[in-house]
Design a protein around this ligand. Sequence first.
Ligand code: ATP
Ligand code: MG
Length: 179
Amino acid sequence: MTNLLSDTEMTSQQREYTETIRRSAESLLLLINDVLDFSKVEARKLIFETIDFNIQETIEGSLELLAETAQGKNIELAGFVLADVPTQLRGDPGRLRQVFVNLVSNAVKFTEYGEVVVSVANLAETETHVDLRFEVRDTGIGIPAEVQTRLFQVFSQGGQFHHAQVRRHRPGPGHFQAV
Ligand SMILES: Nc1ncnc2c1ncn2[C@@H]1O[C@H](COP(=O)(O)OP(=O)(O)OP(=O)(O)O)[C@@H](O)[C@H]1O
Ligand SMILES: [Mg+2]
């Protein structure tokens, strides 16, 4: 509906407000989808797709989503898939993108200066399977070591792990997350 509204005659202020409504609706939708995914994971009902995809395209596409935000903050956002990673894979690129975008958007969000660099490396390979390591490195505030141990605890316990807790620490060298 906001798209239809944008096609009508509006003042620039109205256009701006409409854009804000559209963005808010989009982020609300994302939030709802994340919560739904969460319930699926909890109920062990999350089903992965098995389709052919190109890892290079998936990574590039994910970074494109965040390029504007990074540019707006004057942060360099770079990514590379190492040469020995097989490009044509079979799996669930949608889920991969979801996890990856989450990590990279955190990196961009919590970095005020410098860069966010992502890379994909080949850890092990057999005839039919490949183990990949996705690295997201940033030069932002980082996460204190004692908080890192709580990073992968579920939502319900994650409440104690609050933003302010991290923000209190002085900016340090970037941390490193691996999936
Ligand atoms: N790259 C990072 N650098 C510093 N702190 C981070 C980074 N990634 C995550 N964190 C910390 O972990 C917390 C949890 O991350 P999470 O993505 O769940 O929430 P969020 O980014 O604050 O909010 P949301 O993702 O819902 O918009 C963050 O609030 C932040 O304190
Ligand atoms: Mg986040």
